[in-house]
Design a binder for this molecule. Sequence first.
Ligand SMILES: NC(=O)c1ccc[n+]([C@@H]2O[C@H](COP(=O)([O-])OP(=O)(O)OC[C@H]3O[C@@H](n4cnc5c(N)ncnc54)[C@H](O)[C@@H]3O)[C@@H](O)[C@H]2O)c1
Length: 260
Amino acid sequence: MNFKGRVAVITGGASGIGKAAACEFARLGADLAIIDTNEAGAQQAAAALESPGRTCLSVRADVGKAEDVEKAIEKIRSKLKRIDFLFNNAGVDLVAPLLETSEEDWDRVIDTNLKGAFLLAKEAVAAMLDTGSGVIVNNASDAGLRALRLNTAYSVAKAGLIHLTRSIALDYGSKGIRCNCICPGCIDTPLCQQFNVDLGARQGKSGEALFQEFIEQNVPMRRIGTGEEVASLVAFLCSDQARYINGAIIPIDGGLTAGI
Ligand SMILES: NC(=O)c1ccc[n+]([C@@H]2O[C@H](COP(=O)([O-])OP(=O)(O)OC[C@H]3O[C@@H](n4cnc5c(N)ncnc54)[C@H](O)[C@@H]3O)[C@@H](O)[C@H]2O)c1
């Protein structure tokens, strides 16, 4: 795989899976734009990947806000000229059942995880239509494939992201644009660690103890995944080797969602 001359936009690239994806795209030769609300983290991630002949931009933007997204894409298109790949990855979790989910919580989770991908995809598809090609990868979750307990807003957002993927694939496949969705299981990142702490607190257990128990009982491969493993899948889906994959929903979870 060689992404030299291609431009990848990665949301939530300051941490976790997004940061690993930024490293992988840079390793494969792409120019990059990292979008994140964590300005310092995005700057650091971009600076670490910048090299002679490779541009890595960092842009502070809240993906759930249309004005932020428009400005970010304007900056990216003026500096990098094109968008070949979009990895819609920015996300936030919330451990709460329906009755403990406030309207504010709901909006924050849906706006970040679902509306953000919609806003970015609109901008990216417009740019991709100008060049006649492009690939979008949406980062959903095992929670999008079947709801997780105590995870209402997040599970709903991720299920929506799966159908957003299919809708884009249906409407723009004929224009040279592919759109696919990945559904990670437990991946070793700050978001996953916090999820376990929050869930553990409800059950009077430490996040670590709860997590080990969960992995032992539910993940056939008996281990957590890494951001690098997810990044390899994202890069593959963007590559020409995946040129006939469109509208696919792909779990990457060590077998977590294979069955009960
Ligand atoms: N880690 C897992 O186990 C796991 C499992 C399934 C799905 N996911 C999904 O993977 C994606 C990445 O998560 P991660 O685990 O790497 O988490 P993370 O917390 O390490 O990274 C998330 C990044 O998104 C950024 N972000 C949050 N809200 C934003 C906003 N409104 N606008 C722009 N940036 C924003 C954060 O600042 C952070 O840099 C998320 O969509 C998450 O739902 C993660």
